[in-house]
Write a protein that binds this ligand. Structure first.
Ligand code: GAR
Length: 204
């Protein structure tokens, strides 16, 4: 049996996307294993779930570091010590330094709750409703130094319903996030998508 791709996850809160990755990885046929979950917030709900699932967890409080890059270097060391191949951002609400994005280039992915390149940043569902688009969704993309701008690996769409609030729309998008992220991690772990010359290149 070939060894599984060691995957690290960065979270800041609830961790429902993290849970979907852990659930997918519990299938013996899944090509990746979740080897370490790191949170910048000590009270992140997702940490308890990961620990209960027998996964190594670590809290690295960003406030303990003078600069963004010093925090990122501590995170990098933790992933290197754990022999991590791929890092998934799952509701990680810190902007990573250019240094970290370059260091993990092609091995660092994020899930964002809109159809990128539309509606980057925060308050995404508010932005969507304000714009009046009738379709939204979620995107898994490679992380590059520019925020929410990396090459797209996978997307899923949902309708925006009349009367939606940010909360109802977020809930509809989240259902798709939980399917999309494991599927994207599987593709990446199997080498079926790679970052080459700033583009996502897919195996035929
Ligand atoms: C998810 O909707 C994720 O797409 C979003 O935060 C939520 C985290 O939920 N991420 C971003 O907005 C990143 N910019 P979770 O902690 O339950 O996975």
């Amino acid at each position: 049996m070939t060894s599984k791709v060691r995957t690290g996850i960065l979270i800041s809160g609830r961790g429902s996307n993290m849970r979907s990755l852990i659930a997918a990885a519990s299938d013996p046929a899944f090509p990746a294993e979740i080897a370490l979950v790191i949170s910048n917030a000590g009270n992140a709900e997702g940490l308890k779930f990961a620990a209960a699932a027998g996964i190594a967890t670590k809290i690295i409080p960003h406030k303990a570091f003078a600069t963004r890059e010093e925090f990122d270097r501590a995170v990098n060391i933790a992933f290197e010590v754990a022999d991590i191949d791929i890092v998934c951002l799952a509701g990680f609400m810190r902007i990573l330094s250019d240094w970290f994005a370059r260091k993990w280039e092609g091995r660092l992915v994020n899930i964002h709750p809109s159809l990128l390149p539309l509606f980057k940043g925060t308050h995404v569902h508010e932005q969507v409703l304000h714009a009046g688009v009738r379709v939204s969704g979620c995107t898994v993309h490679f992380v590059v130094p520019e925020l929410d701008a990396g090459p797209i690996i996978a997307q899923a769409a949902v309708p925006v319903e009349v009367g939606d609030t940010p909360e109802t729309l977020a809930a509809r998008v989240l259902v798709e996030e939980h399917k999309l992220y494991p599927a994207a991690l599987k593709m990446l772990a199997e080498g079926r998508v790679k970052l080459k010359n700033g583009q996502a290149v897919f195996a035929p």
